[in-house]
Design a protein around this ligand. Structure first.
Ligand code: ACO
Length: 355
């Protein structure tokens, strides 16, 4: 296998095809200033700032968005202000509904600059929730407040709003994950921002990416009442199932976002609230260490995200769409960064005729 960097610095396109590993493991396909993930050390930074400092500087996702997208703190958002896109079909899949909303709301929007993009996505979570209960939107200028009010049908407490904001700030961006790559591929073709965001939403919908919290909640429910958790988890592995909320393509240690969300859950629902989940986590780590002794498999962000979202009264099918709302920020930042490169992403495939 040849190395990715074999093209010359002057001409990054190599003259002969190169073969990269399946799943693009360890392949660098973009240069970014938006975030960095150090998988060995378990460190995440946004625009050079450690995620713990980001969480303190930006107590709300709404305030984070302009900074993440443009690199500069932005003006207060315009807010949802009741201008929901009309004519959205009543689709049963929440991710499909979000994609339709983004396309409809963006259809006639002026989206010429990163700041336009930031202002556009700041309004989307509340617009999405308002599709369900428009009359319940009480604070349209704070995305987390407006979203929770309309999703749950009751005014959220300050602790609930703070918990959703904490999750959204942590989940806003994560370098070149699968959905962000999809957005960058779409951006590289010159697609408009809403269409590129729809590509991100589609890619995030899969169970190995944004769909994981749903799997976490159903696995936790199935393990309720089990006396020997390690045996039950071992059984799942032997049946070929994956333990949802564990393992990561990049992290080889505990996901720093999971650590922070564990604390958010304790603040929201009390230290004993994760009782069953904490026992499952402990048993899963023991079983996974025996199952894959050479591959560190630790808890990932989705495990505690699922628990926080459930404590906020959101249902399992709402988890991926809530995650997608957060990630609209990172996708938008990557969209503009990719557009600036002016380079179409177009790899090759090796043709293998039918045997
Ligand atoms: N449970 C059981 N085994 C696992 C798990 C898991 N959660 N994660 C990895 N493994 C095993 C694999 O079976 C594989 O074994 P093999 O080498 O015998 O085939 C080995 O560990 C390496 O796994 P890969 O699939 O190569 O690792 P990859 O880096 O592609 O996987 C992934 C990352 C998809 C997240 C994986 O760990 C997984 O499926 N986890 C469960 C789903 C989940 O929690 N997803 C959320 C991820 S975080 C996010 O998207 C924001």
């Amino acid at each position: 296998m040849r190395n990715y960097n074999e093209g010359s610095a002057a001409n990054p396109t190599p003259t002969a095809p190169i073969t990269v590993p399946s799943g693009l493991d360890n392949v660098i396909v973009a240069t970014t200033q938006i975030s960095d993930v150090d998988g060995e050390a378990g460190r995440l930074t946004y625009r050079g700032m450690p995620i713990t400092d980001v969480a303190e500087r930006f107590p709300t996702w709404t305030a984070l968005v302009p900074w993440l997208v443009t690199g500069r703190a932005g003006a207060p958002p315009e807010g949802w202000a009741g201008r929901a896109a009309s004519g959205i079909p009543e689709l049963s899949d929440p991710m499909a509904r979000l994609a339709m909303l983004v396309l409809a709301a963006g259809d006639s929007a002026v989206l010429d600059t990163p700041l336009d993009g930031a202002a556009f996505v700041q309004t989307l979570p509340v617009q999405y929730a308002a599709l369900l209960r428009p009359q319940a939107v009480t604070a349209p200028h704070d995305a987390a407040h407006g979203f929770l009010a309309a999703m749950t049908g009751h005014p959220p407490t300050p602790d609930e709003v703070a918990a959703l904001n904490a999750y959204w700030v942590l989940a806003a961006e994560h370098s070149l994950n699968a959905s962000t790559f999809a957005v960058r591929v779409a951006a590289s073709t010159g697609a408009r921002l809403p269409e590129a965001l729809a590509a991100g939403i589609a890619t995030l919908s899969g169970p190995l990416h944004g769909g994981a919290p749903t799997g976490v909640l159903s696995q936790l429910a199935a393990l309720e009442g089990e006396t020997d958790l390690e045996a039950a988890l071992q059984n799942l592995l032997e049946r070929g199932e994956r333990l949802m909320g564990f393992g990561h393509r990049v992290y080889r240690t505990e996901d720093p976002r999971a650590r922070r969300l564990r604390a958010v859950l304790h603040t929201l629902a009390g230290p004993g609230s994760a009782g069953h989940a904490a026992r499952v986590e402990e048993a899963a780590l023991a079983v996974l260490t025996r199952w894959k002794p050479t591959r560190p498999l630790a808890v990932n962000v989705e495990f505690y995200a699922a628990l926080v979202l459930s404590a906020l009264g959101l249902s399992a099918p709402d988890c991926p769409v809530t995650f997608a709302c957060a990630r609209l920020a990172g996708w938008t930042a990557h969209y503009w960064e990719q557009r600036d490169t002016g380079r179409l992403i177009r790899p090759l495939a090796r043709y293998a005729a039918n045997p």
